[in-house]
Design a protein around this ligand. Structure first.
Ligand code: 13P
Length: 271
């Protein structure tokens, strides 16, 4: 059994006052949802994790401590400590009560691309961040996805396999039992056009099979979530697919009603 996960990536949105309110409203709705789900025959409990900007971690900790909700950061340094201006280490993140970190989001990768680092080098950096997260008992949500250009030239599997193989080579397939994978096609992020449920299923099944080739048990338990224009209106169709274990939500995670609907859809689709 895999417990669905719905993660809200707030990106660089919301002033501090509305962040606190948003945290409180999401928490309130999540607790209401729990009592509704308790009466639904086909529903299961889900994990919800919120990723506000790091400067609001204190607010997240104050509002969410003692609840069932989790929180985390949108990035983590590849290093333990030292002269790395602007970076935040895994142990600092842990100090704010976080359970999760996002790693390898395409909106961060594109910052490096401007420095003209190639994709293989970027994947190596992602693997170092992954190792940091695991060794500090944080659950990494590793984002993987192809650009529009890669999609159109049929390179989706190649792009995904490259990063997965590097993670497995660095830390072993079993390390993925402490991680979550997020398939986020770059062409679907923030565009309003999600991947079709069938396409998401095909790619998720490929990811699971790639891990299973090394470690079947880990692959079976591995949560693979989908991100890219998930909304209240399309979440149920996407989550109904057998290898989709929830979602990584951007824009819709800032809208309490939409986010609650998405959580509800995930709770009806346990795998
Ligand atoms: P949207 O849901 O806004 O497309 O963003 C997806 C995303 O990037 C989540 O990390």
């Amino acid at each position: 059994m895999r417990k669905p996960l719905v993660a809200g990536n707030w990106k660089m949105n919301n002033p501090i006052e509305s962040s606190r309110t948003l945290l409180q409203k999401i928490l309130y709705n999540a607790e209401m949802l729990d009592s509704i789900l308790a009466k639904e025959e086909n529903a299961c409990s889900i994990d919800i994790a919120l990723f506000p900007p790091s400067v609001y971690l204190r607010e997240a900790q104050e509002v969410l401590t003692g609840s069932d909700l989790h929180w985390g950061t949108q990035n983590v340094s590849a290093y333990d400590e030292g002269a790395y201006t602007g970076e935040i280490s895994a142990s600092m993140i842990k100090g704010f009560g976080c359970d999760y970190v996002l790693i390898g989001h395409s909106e961060r990768r594109c910052l490096y691309e401007k420095l003209e680092l190639d994709q293989y080098v970027l994947d190596q950096i992602v693997a170092e961040k992954y190792a940091q997260a695991i060794s500090h008992d944080l659950t990494p949500i590793v984002c993987i996805g192809e650009t529009k250009e890669d999609y159109e030239s049929g390179k989706t599997e190649q792009v995904i396999a490259r990063l997965l193989d590097i993670l497995i080579e660095h830390k072993g397939a079993h390390s993925l039992s402490k991680a979550v994978l997020a398939y986020e096609p770059v062409w679907a992020i923030g565009t309003g056009h999600s991947a079709s449920p069938e396409w998401a299923q095909q790619v998720h099944a490929f990811m699971r099979a790639r891990v299973a080739a090394h470690d079947k048990k880990t692959a079976q338990g591995l949560r693979i979530i989908y991100g890219g224009s998930v909304k209240a209106s399309n979440a149920a169709a996407i989550f109904s697919k057998p290898d989709v274990d929830g979602g990584l939500i951007g824009g819709a995670s800032l809208d309490v009603e939409a986010f609650t609907h998405i959580c509800f859809a995930a709770a009806l689709h346990q795998k």
